[in-house]
Design a protein around this ligand. Structure first.
Ligand SMILES: Nc1nc2c(c(=O)[nH]1)N[C@H]1C(S)=C(S)[C@@H](COP(=O)(O)OP(=O)(O)OC[C@H]3O[C@@H](n4cnc5c(=O)[nH]c(N)nc54)[C@H](O)[C@@H]3O)O[C@H]1N2
Ligand SMILES: Nc1nc2c(c(=O)[nH]1)N[C@H]1C(S)=C(S)[C@@H](COP(=O)(O)OP(=O)(O)OC[C@H]3O[C@@H](n4cnc5c(=O)[nH]c(N)nc54)[C@H](O)[C@@H]3O)O[C@H]1N2
Ligand code: SF4
Ligand SMILES: [Mo]
Length: 723
């Protein structure tokens, strides 16, 4: 057979029907005499259930068909009503783009060049584990176990590869842990302060809402399976409002887009309260029975009159009044938040102010009314965490926790006690996703730092490693996929044998445990046993759902009492059981000036947003996939015509965007998608794959949010010029 003529790309493998692939593939490996008209009938196709591993609210269920240990079909599971048979654009070709990508790491690598240079040579698993183990033992003996830092994050949010075995390992070691603050770091504690939970209205119940505020969330792009519920509500008469400093894909579709200045949500929400209270639009009965702190709040909001708020937010006063009145009379009104609201200095208080609104107007009383935020507490309650979090029962525990937002500062801090001497980076790409990346780079360049990275690709971060270990992808390992954005639980079955020498993260930590001499039982459990143990639970949400059921069906909807009206009669998760307007630690929410230096304000007169504004990337993931990158075009900067003309910038010009931390080369897109004084670039491009070698987080600020130590990464001042 002429191989060239019949060459099937891996993309085609996925797209071809099972039958056609079987015959074509067979033809290339079997003598033609063996291929009769029914020549492929003995080839077995196996179907596997899986779940998307991305840090995404949708957690889609998928089905994988495999022949001859190769994926021949990969689709969203039609049976799951939330996924509804549709994966998002960036995941449709996942097997080709990630698992079968020619650049995939398939063997352990040891650095031979300078840190960051990207020169490595292959090394066996056995030898690499031994060398890392030897160095680790020496580091611990000299500097103590807290000099080792576990830097895992949400590259996979499926629990076994994200967390279970790595937590056991680092707890046993008593290493330092990283605080997962870059996403949800402020919104979660802030909502908990007010409502004692982040779980409000269920995603599907949006269809019952009649006034929907998508507050700092780009639903059409970031939460694609939620959008149809918004459209269904609109068909039934709902109005959709988007509050966003940028004309996002979702804002374009809104009935009303409120384009406030970034980081001023707290003022807007307090201004709405001012109007709602002054106009007598509150639900006094709800306030009296189910909330605390109203008297103080009433006094506090007096200083947030529409005129002052108009100045802070850069909005017409009448818009604030109209929004407040419409919101208070929505029947019912729903506010949807995710993380767009939190990535600024006022992010915690912004969330708290927004989270108070539904209780002020009693929106919680009706199905579809209230606040819709995160659903992770469902899985937290339902699954058997006592088994999974085995390390909590071990005599030793993780001790020091360090904030990932400031990893650059931490790696460069000689006064840390102890200094970080070794870092294990897995499921994360901090050189691209964490602010102030040039400082992180300086830290990772330290010759005295042992850096170990587990990855699918030689990422920007992996290039700084001493050892890189090849990790399996979601098609090659067991896992459990609970969700933070909807109410289904999934299992992920391995569909194919791991490619090359790739191993699951969990297996890396088992091998390391053995090397370190940790003999605890918890390092013996297999991934399948771990998945099984998660469903060994008698929580009512999992009634009738066990491992066998999951093996057959792949996914299940939690058995939640319906209609789900969590706060129709109060029942908040706070200590008082009420919605707490005043926080014990943080008082009442208020607007604060961002602490920029005078020099910063004078030199860098524009505010830069770096947002997830691409079609094909998921944070930094997929940005190395050529066709997806080409789809985005050249990395660009949205700049308002006024800011462009004052700098002599024309559409398509090459620009340099710079500040005291870095400089990025972008193409000018003159547009009124952004206000004067604010510019916006997409986040996710890998620095080394774009001109100039720097990207969004080489510019961003590692300032922390007001609550929770989150990332105020949108509070970033820059200057822009033609190159
Ligand atoms: N396609 C795609 N989908 C994704 C991801 C991805 O990378 N790509 N990432 C996933 C992850 S990790 C997460 S956490 C979710 C996040 O989902 P979202 O919370 O929707 O997050 P973002 O896209 O960060 O921000 C949403 C919007 O907030 C706006 N925004 C920025 N600053 C402010 C502000 O101060 N106030 C207000 N009101 N709005 C502001 C931005 O302009 C942006 O349009 O999406 C997930 N889904
Ligand atoms: N400027 C700016 N910065 C941001 C944001 C923004 O909007 N703007 N968004 C922030 C948000 S919301 C988030 S959640 C973070 C995300 O930050 P990260 O979690 O660092 O982002 P990802 O790009 O998803 O990188 C995860 C890495 O995990 C790897 N990975 C995936 N699965 C596995 C696995 O099974 N094993 C191993 N070993 N590796 C795996 C992928 O190959 C990828 O390189 O970024 C934050 N940073
Ligand atoms: S990234 Fe999100 S929307 Fe896309 S397939 Fe994965 S879970 Fe679904
Ligand atoms: Mo995120």
């Amino acid at each position: 057979m002429d191989k060239k003529k019949n060459k099937i790309t891996r993309r085609k493998f996925v797209n071809l029907g099972a039958k056609s692939y079987a015959s074509l593939h067979l033809a290339s490996v079997l003598p033609s005499s063996m291929l009769g008209s029914a020549g492929n009938s003995f080839i077995e196709t196996s179907t596997f259930h899986g779940v998307c591993y991305h840090d995404c609210p949708d957690s889609c269920s998928w089905k994988v068909e495999v022949q001859d240990d190769k994926v021949i079909s990969f689709v969203g599971d039609k049976a799951n009503p939330f996924t509804a048979g549709k994966l998002c654009g960036k995941m449709e070709t996942f097997p080709d783009d990630i698992t079968y990508h020619p650049d995939r790491l398939l063997t352990p690598m040891k650095r031979v060049g300078k840190k960051g240079e990207g020169k490595f040579e292959a090394i066996s698993w056995e030898q690499a584990i031994k060398e890392v183990g030897d160095q680790l033992k020496e580091t611990i003996a000299q500097h103590g176990s807290e000099s080792v830092l576990s830097h895992g994050y949400m590259g996979t949010q499926s629990q076994v590869q994200k967390y279970v075995m790595s937590s056991r390992f680092f707890s046993r070691m008593e290493a330092s842990d990283i605080a997962h603050t870059i996403c949800g770091g402020a919104v979660i504690p802030a909502n908990f302060q007010v409502n004692g939970t982040a779980m409000g209205v269920l995603p599907e119940d949006m269809v019952h809402s009649r006034y929907i505020i998508l507050w700092g969330t780009n639903t059409k792009n970031s939460n694609v399976h939620q959008w149809p519920y918004a459209l269904k509500a609109r068909e039934a008469g709902a109005k959709i409002i988007v509050i966003d400093p940028f004309v996002s894909a979702t804002a374009k579709e809104a009935d009303w887009h409120i384009q406030l200045l970034p980081g001023t949500d707290v003022a807007l929400a307090l201004g709405m309260m001012n109007v709602i209270i002054n106009e007598g639009l509150v639900d006094q009965d709800y306030i009296d029975n189910y909330t605390s702190g109203y008297k103080d709040l009433k006094e506090h909001i007096k200083s947030y009159d529409p005129k002052r708020v108009s100045n802070i937010c850069g909005l017409p006063g009448e818009d604030i009044i109209q929004l407040a009145k419409e919101y208070a009379s929505g029947d019912p009104s729903l506010i949807r938040i995710l993380v767009g609201i939190e990535h600024n200095y006022n992010g915690g208080d912004g969330t708290r102010a927004v989270a108070i609104l539904p209780s002020l107007t009693g929106a919680w009383r009706k199905l579809g009314g209230g606040l819709m935020h995160l659903t992770f507490e469902m899985g937290g309650r339902a699954l058997n965490w006592e088994r999974l979090s085995y390390h909590n029962q071990m005599p030793t525990q993780t001790k020091r926790t360090l904030n990932m937002v400031q990893i650059g500062q931490l790696l460069n801090n000689p006064d840390l006690n102890p200094v970080i001497k070794s870092i294990f980076i897995f499921n994360s790409n901090p050189m691209v996703t964490t602010p102030n990346a040039n400082l992180t780079k300086k830290g990772l360049e330290r010759e005295d730092l042992l850096t170990v990275v587990l990855e699918h690709f030689m990422t920007e971060t992996a290039k700084y490693a001493d050892y890189v270990f090849p990790a399996t992808t979601q098609l090659e390992h067991w896992d459990i996929g609970d969700s933070w954005g909807q109410v289904y639980i999934n299992i992920n079955q391995p569909a194919i044998t791991p490619l090359g020498e790739a191993k699951p993260n969990s297996e890396f930590f088992r091998l390391m445990a053995k090397e370190m001499g940790y003999t605890d039982d918890c390092f013996i459990e297999t991934d399948k046993e771990l998945v099984k143990s998660a469903f060994d639970s008698d929580h009512p949400y999992l009634e009738g759902i066990d491992f066998d059921y999951m093996q057959k069906n792949g996914w299940a909807r939690y058995k939640i009492p319906e209609p789900f009206l969590p706060h129709a009669e109060g029942n908040f998760g706070t200590a008082s059981g009420k919605c707490e307007f005043v926080s014990k630690n943080n008082g009442l929410p208020s607007y604060k000036e961002v602490p920029y230096s005078e020099k910063e304000k004078a030199n860098y007169t524009l505010q830069l947003l770096t947002i997830k504004n691409t079609k094909g990337f998921h944070n930094s993931s997929h940005a190395n996939v050529k066709h997806l990158r080409q789809n985005e075009g050249k990395p660009w900067l949205d700049i308002h015509p006024e800011d462009a003309s004052s700098r002599g910038i024309r559409n398509g010009d090459e620009l340099v965007v710079f500040n005291q931390r870095g400089k990025v080369i972008l193409e000018a897109k003159i547009s009124d998608r952004i206000r004067p004084g604010v510019v916006c670039m997409p986040h996710g491009f890998w620095p080394s794959l774009i001109k100039g070698g720097q990207a969004s987080n080489n510019l961003t600020n590692d300032l922390l949010t007001d609550i929770g130590g989150g990332a105020a990464l949108q509070d970033c001042r820059v200057q822009v010029a033609k190159t």
